[in-house]
Design a protein around this ligand. Sequence first.
Ligand SMILES: Nc1ncnc2c1ncn2[C@@H]1O[C@H](COP(=O)(O)OP(=O)(O)OP(=O)(O)O)[C@@H](O)[C@H]1O
Length: 260
Amino acid sequence: MMNNPPEGTPAPAVHARSLTVVRGSRPVLRNLDFDVPPGQITGLLGPSGCGKSTLMRAVVGTQAKVTGTLDVLGRPAGHAALRSRIGYVTQAPSVYDDLTVRQNLDYFAAVLDPGRAAAERRRRHVSQALADVDLAAHAGDLAGRLSGGQRSRVSLAVALLGAPELLVLDEPTVGLDPVLRRDLWDLFHRIAAERGTTILVSSHVMDEAERCHRLLLLREGELLADDTPEALRRRNDTATVEDAFLHLVDTANALQETAR
Ligand SMILES: Nc1ncnc2c1ncn2[C@@H]1O[C@H](COP(=O)(O)OP(=O)(O)OP(=O)(O)O)[C@@H](O)[C@H]1O
């Protein structure tokens, strides 16, 4: 169960204590303690293979062999009541190539909010999601004919249907050009600021770290830091979060060497 936060502190969107995940026979996340504050953008950063996707899968409830405490929006991760409250975008865009952009959204909207009585609400949600990701002009285009960046925005639009309280985005900007990356980050900030949505977003591009309110820095399944970008730079006396991360990695390596 989640402990009550001190008076005046909003309850965290994600609350993890001694979180451990085993994949194969190996622990790939080890004893993580962290909280993700509500209504903010928390970046999950770290090198390839450090466990970012595994952590996101645990949060959305699709990862096996999770031990410790992991509460999401006040419920244990994976609870059925969380399904409609979380939007999740995996690394591979999950859209049907032979349907148009609008048909893709209509389809997923019908799964989320079925029934004839909900038709008008679904239409509103689909139009809103299309506008959010700036794809209204491409609503009639086949998804299979879209560019990579447009396809990932369709996936994001699907995740935005029904205005989820928590958005979990696994490397949403991979392969996008700098202009599209900037536009997507602007969208994330708008969604967090205007709707109070909590965003947990992974990346291994360190310049994106500077755009987050808070950062969780992972290395080999362990948490190296949990702080704001500003505090990380200040504490490590570096100009960028990337340099702070490298400094933390070097320190952790040196400690490991001394322990041997
Ligand atoms: N099915 C699996 N069985 C065993 N180990 C796995 C499996 N899938 C992933 N792993 C291991 O789990 C670790 C974490 O993988 P994960 O995909 O979470 O990393 P990541 O940080 O998201 O990497 P990337 O940035 O490349 O997507 C890796 O060391 C990987 O080798």
